[in-house]
Design a protein around this ligand. Structure first.
Ligand SMILES: C[S@@+](CC[C@H](N)C(=O)[O-])C[C@H]1O[C@@H](n2cnc3c(N)ncnc32)[C@H](O)[C@@H]1O
Length: 331
C-alpha cells in the first residue's frame, strides 16, 4: 500500500489529510477487498481514535468537504450538520426572545448555510454570517437572495479563531455547538475574540453540549451506502463513536472501504463542556453569564442537562476583579 499526504487548504485553516492508495495490482481487484488486507491498510490508525488527530480530523474549510457537508446541512432526514427546518423555526422563535430588540446587529459565528441568519434577517435584524466552509457561505448568500433579505445580510468565509475583532454587534450567536471542534484552549481564545466583537450592552448567545447521546465508551456500526462524506460512490462505511467522559471528548470516526480497495478515514472530535467550567470560561473572555437554559427550553440549565443555551454579557468589572473572578472558577 502506498500512502500519500495531500495538502488541503482553505481560509484560515490548513490541514493535511492522509490518503491511502493501494499499489496497482495485475489481477483485477475483487469488488470488496478481503478483510485482512483492509485491516493492514488501516494499521497506522489507532484502534482507539485520538482526539484532534491531524491525520484524520475533518477540515470544515476544505472545499470538497464543504460541498458534501452542505448536502448534510440541508438533508431533512436527520439533524447531523444543521437541524431540520421545523426545529430551526422553533429555535428562531426562541432566539427572537433572547436577542436585543429589532433591528439589532447580529453576528452568526459558524453560520453554516445561513438557516438561522436568513430567518433572523426576515424578522428585521441585520445579520453577518461567518463560516469556514466556502460552499455553505455560497448557499447562505443564495438563500438570503431567495428570501429577499440580501440587503440585511452579509456572509463571508472566515474563521472565528482569526477573524478581526471589532466591537460592531449587539449580539453574537453560536448555534449548534460551533466551538466544540476545537481544543479547550482554542475554545477559550475564540470566545475572547467573539466577546471583543460585542458593543457595550451587547449579548452573546451560545449553545454548548455537555454530553453526547451515548454512554461513555465505544459504539461501532457498519453499513453499505452509495455515498458519505468520504466519497460519492458505493462503499462499506464503518463508524465508531467514542466518548471519554473524564476528558470531555467525543470522537466520531468513519472509515470508508471502496470497491477498488482504497480506504478513506475521517473523524470529528468534539470537546464537550463541563457545566461548572462555563462561568470561568466566560469570565476569562471578559463576560458574565446572565442566564443559562436547559437547551432551547425556558427551564434553567444545570449540570444534568445534555446541552445548555447560555446568555452572556460583557462584564463591567475592572480587569483585575475579572481576573480574580476567573481564577476562582474551575477550568
Ligand atoms: C454543526 S454546524 C452548525 C451550523 C449552523 N450554526 C447551524 O446551526 O445551522 C457547525 C458550523 O461551524 C463551522 N465552523 C467550524 N469551525 C469553525 C471556525 N473555526 N470558524 C468558523 N466556522 C466554523 C462549520 O463549518 C459548520 O458550518
Amino acid at each position: 500500500m502506498a500512502n500519500a499526504t495531500e495538502a488541503v487548504s482553505g481560509v484560515g485553516v490548513t490541514a493535511r489529510r492522509v490518503v491511502h492508495r493501494p499499489r496497482r495490482r495485475r489481477r483485477r481487484a475483487p469488488e470488496w477487498p478481503s478483510p485482512v488486507p483492509t485491516v493492514r491498510r488501516l494499521s497506522r490508525f489507532p484502534s482507539w481514535p485520538r482526539p484532534f488527530d491531524p491525520d484524520a480530523e475533518l477540515d470544515w474549510s476544505d472545499p470538497t468537504f464543504s460541498r458534501r457537508l452542505l448536502a448534510e446541512h440541508l438533508d431533512q432526514g436527520h439533524d447531523g450538520a444543521s437541524r431540520r427546518l421545523p426545529l430551526v423555526d422553533q429555535h428562531v422563535r426562541r432566539l427572537a426572545q433572547l436577542l436585543p430588540p429589532v433591528p439589532a446587529r447580529v453576528l452568526d459565528a459558524g453560520c453554516g448555510p445561513g438557516l438561522y441568519a436568513v430567518r433572523l434577517a426576515g424578522l428585521g435584524h441585520r445579520v453577518d454570517g461567518v463560516d469556514v466552509g466556502p460552499a455553505v457561505i455560497r448557499h447562505a448568500r443564495r438563500a438570503a437572495r431567495a428570501a429577499g433579505v440580501s440587503g440585511l445580510t452579509h456572509f463571508e468565509v472566515g474563521d472565528v479563531r482569526s477573524m478581526p475583532v471589532s466591537p460592531r454587534y449587539n449580539a453574537v450567536i453560536l448555534i449548534y455547538y460551533v466551538l466544540e471542534n476545537q481544543t479547550a484552549r482554542r475554545q477559550a481564545a475564540a470566545l475572547r475574540r467573539l466577546a471583543g466583537c460585542l458593543l457595550p450592552g451587547g449579548r452573546l448567545i451560545a449553545e454548548f453540549r455537555l454530553r453526547p447521546d451515548q454512554l461513555p465508551g465505544r459504539l461501532s456500526a457498519w453499513e453499505v451506502v452509495d455515498a458519505s462524506l468520504l466519497g460519492r460512490r458505493r462503499q462499506l462505511l464503518l463508524s465508531d463513536s467514542t466518548y471519554d467522559r473524564a476528558r470531555h471528548t467525543f470522537v466520531l470516526r468513519e472509515v470508508a472501504v471502496f470497491a477498488d480497495g482504497s480506504v478513506a478515514v475521517q473523524q470529528t472530535t468534539s470537546r464537550l463542556f463541563d457545566f461548572d467550567e462555563l462561568p470561568g470560561l466566560f469570565a476569562k473572555a471578559g463576560m458574565r453569564i446572565v442566564e443559562t437554559f436547559d437547551g432551547w427550553t425556558r427551564h434553567p440549565g444545570g449540570s444534568l442537562c445534555d446541552s445548555v443555551v447560555v446568555v452572556a454579557e460583557p462584564d463591567r468589572l475592572p480587569p483585575v476583579s475579572r481576573r480574580r473572578a476567573a481564577s476562582r472558577q474551575p477550568g
